[in-house]
Design a protein around this ligand. Structure first.
Ligand SMILES: NC(=O)c1ccc[n+]([C@@H]2O[C@H](COP(=O)([O-])OP(=O)(O)OC[C@H]3O[C@@H](n4cnc5c(N)ncnc54)[C@H](OP(=O)(O)O)[C@@H]3O)[C@@H](O)[C@H]2O)c1
Length: 308
């Protein structure tokens, strides 16, 4: 008698209503993964079971998580990612970016499933000459967003049994490209301003390594597969694009990719007294992630900017 195929357990996703989470949910759904989303807002774009949850309500989290069905893995993308909002509401930033991460990592450890925590290039201070931070570089965040995400990284990694590392921190560079809602990414906001004839000031001395949302989603899915198979991975990987660009250079490349005139883009140096302070160069090297995952991030192009 042949064994009955086991129904696939779903992947638990937070942040699926957001920019990166929406792209990832669509990719996982398209390749046949069942999804269970957790958060304030259900995603209507991808069929999934949704559990309502405000991740800022730290005391309620264990009660919310305990009755969840069996899952295959947990991918935690939800965050308060806005620098100014984190600066203005540090307790909220800690609740969402740190304490919710701790609770979700504990849930994943308790269920003995892999945990992927999506972090940020903003954990670095941006003072490394020529940037291109590697996973071996020491983080030193300058603002509450970076501090709360770094504390989330520590909380996530503290729950991973060292003999069988099932927790992975994926630090994302600046992500661009089409979002499921059409207005959630930095490139969409820039293109909307260019189309409206509004001018945009872009810094010539703030460097990042912009990465396409489609590439980020692909890399997360590759990492998920490796963890589920029990393959050994480093604790941290950097998901960055192939080039270090200033915000102004990125703006020019986005305008060119969308075939729009760049006359509305104005180059300027960063203000020296910005509150919260912004790191100058948090470009990251994708070399380790490329080697380990067999992943090849693309340069800025019409395909990565507007999806054609
Ligand atoms: N985008 C980038 O350039 C970038 C760069 C580096 C790292 N990252 C990281 O990537 C991840 C995703 O970022 P994103 O750009 O996709 O952000 P986003 O579009 O702003 O989405 C944030 C997500 O978090 C959810 N969320 C926020 N507060 C919540 C709460 N209290 N309870 C439940 N859910 C909550 C949001 O739900 P609602 O829809 O209900 O608001 C949304 O689904 C974050 O961890 C961020 O730190 C992003």
């Amino acid at each position: 008698m042949s064994a009955q195929p086991q129904p696939r357990r779903p992947v638990l996703l937070t942040g699926a209503s957001g920019f990166v989470g929406g792209r990832l949910a669509a990719l996982l759904h398209a390749r046949g993964d069942a999804l269970l989303t957790l958060g304030r807002t259900p995603t209507h774009l991808t069929p999934s079971a949704h559990f309502p949850c405000d991740l800022a309500d730290t005391p309620a989290l264990p009660r919310t998580l305990a009755p969840l069905p069996d899952v295959h893995a947990v991918i935690h993308l939800a965050a308060l990612p806005d620098l100014a909002a984190c600066h203005a509401q540090p307790a909220l930033a800690r609740a969402v970016n740190t304490h919710a991460t701790e609770a979700l990592a504990a849930f994943a450890a308790h269920r003995a499933v892999p945990f992927l925590f999506i972090s940020t290039d903003q954990v670095f201070d941006g003072a490394k000459p020529q940037g291109l931070y590697t996973e071996a570089d020491a983080p030193r965040p300058l603002h509450e967003y970076g501090r709360s995400k770094l504390a989330g990284e520590h909380a996530a990694l503290a729950t991973s049994p060292s003999a069988a590392p099932r927790t992975l921190v994926l630090r994302l560079a600046l992500v661009y490209g089409p979002s499921p809602r059409g207005d959630r990414s930095c490139s969409e906001r820039l293109l909307a301003a260019l189309r409206a004839g509004t001018s945009s000031t872009l810094y010539t001395d703030e460097h990042r390594s912009p990465v396409a949302a489609t590439d980020v989603a692909h890399a997360i899915s590759l990492a998920l597969d490796q963890l589920v198979l029990g393959r050994p991975l480093p604790h941290i990987l950097h998901l960055a694009g192939p080039h270090r660009l200033s915000r102004f250079e990125l703006g020019l490349a986005i305008a060119r990719a969308a075939n729009l005139p760049a006359t509305g883009l104005h180059p300027a140096p960063q203000p020296t007294n910005a509150i919260p302070p912004r790191p100058r160069d948090v470009s990251m090297s994708p070399a380790l992630a490329s080697t380990i995952l067999g992943w090849h991030p693309q340069a800025v192009s019409p395909a990565t900017v507007v999806g054609t």
